[in-house]
Design a protein around this ligand. Structure first.
Ligand code: 13P
Length: 255
């Protein structure tokens, strides 16, 4: 499968970290380090940091995204933010279905699908997260779990809309644990995800879809992971909070 058919994307997920001032400072530090990268560079930041992050990133190759969005356009959903609201402030990327949302905030494949639909309808690019729990890997059902997550999340998404979908395979046991999937494990599941996309759509859509790996990706292990044929960049948590480390990962995806 030809990697040149799709774009590598290195995206940071800051989770619940950094104030606007801190966001500005780290982006100023990152800008010269990631300039000229041969991959897309995205930082998904807390809602309150978006404005400061956009200002700091203006004129650079760093794009700013959000970490979630609701499925309704507006309404009585205290604490939520809608896709049209994100679009209105110039956000292009949004993470949907992160395992922390599933684990701590009751998100299901069905609500993930509704959020994906809403994001697409607003013209946003979705970073759709899927991945198995440790228990599921031990039981040998990783592929079934991930295949099903992908299928349900992409319900009602057309082949043309797949241009707005990036998939991030994030094994839950590897997130924030320092325990990374091996390059072989990451590639194996990413390959299976590409097969599902081929079944749902066609071989061209499968070949053109960016499928990232995420879970304790860092400056040391990134090069081996992103060199895998089915790994098109990464979704980075902890290491995206350090300018130097994040830039090493961006460079690893740029070769
Ligand atoms: P870590 O890189 O901190 O393991 O987090 C990965 C992640 O959840 C990115 O969305």
């Amino acid at each position: 499968m030809d990697k040149s058919l799709r774009k590598a994307v290195i995206a940071g997920n800051w989770k619940m970290n950094k104030t606007p001032d801190e966001a500005k400072a780290i982006i100023e530090a990152m800008k010269p380090l990631v300039a000229g990268a041969d991959c897309d560079v995205v930082l998904c930041v807390p809602y309150v940091d978006i404005f400061a992050a956009q200002q700091a990133a203006a004129g650079s190759n760093i794009q700013i995204g959000a970490e979630n969005c609701h499925w309704a356009e507006s309404g009585a959903f205290t604490g939520e933010v809608s896709a049209p609201m994100l679009k209105a402030i110039g956000v292009q990327y949004v993470i949907i279905g992160h395992s922390e949302r599933r684990q701590y905030f009751g998100e299901t494949d069905e609500t993930v699908n509704k959020r994906v639909r809403a994001a697409l309808d607003s013209g946003l690019t979705v970073i759709l997260c899927v991945g198995e729990l440790l228990d599921q890997r031990k039981k040998g059902i990783t592929m079934e779990v991930v295949r099903s997550q992908v299928k349900v999340a992409l319900g009602g998404v057309s082949a043309d809309e797949m241009k707005q979908i990036i998939i991030a395979y994030e094994p839950v046991w590897a997130i924030g644990t320092g325990e990374t999937a091996t390059a072989e494990q990451a590639n194996e599941v990413n390959h299976a995800i590409r097969e599902v996309i081929g079944e749902l759509y066609n071989a061209d859509v499968a070949a053109a879809t960016t499928i990232q790996y995420g879970g304790s990706m860092n400056a040391k292990n990134a090069a081996e992971l992103v060199a895998q044929v089915d790994v098109d960049g990464g979704l980075i948590g902890g290491a995206s909070l350090k300018a130097e480390d994040f830039s090493v990962i961006v460079k690893a995806a740029s070769v």
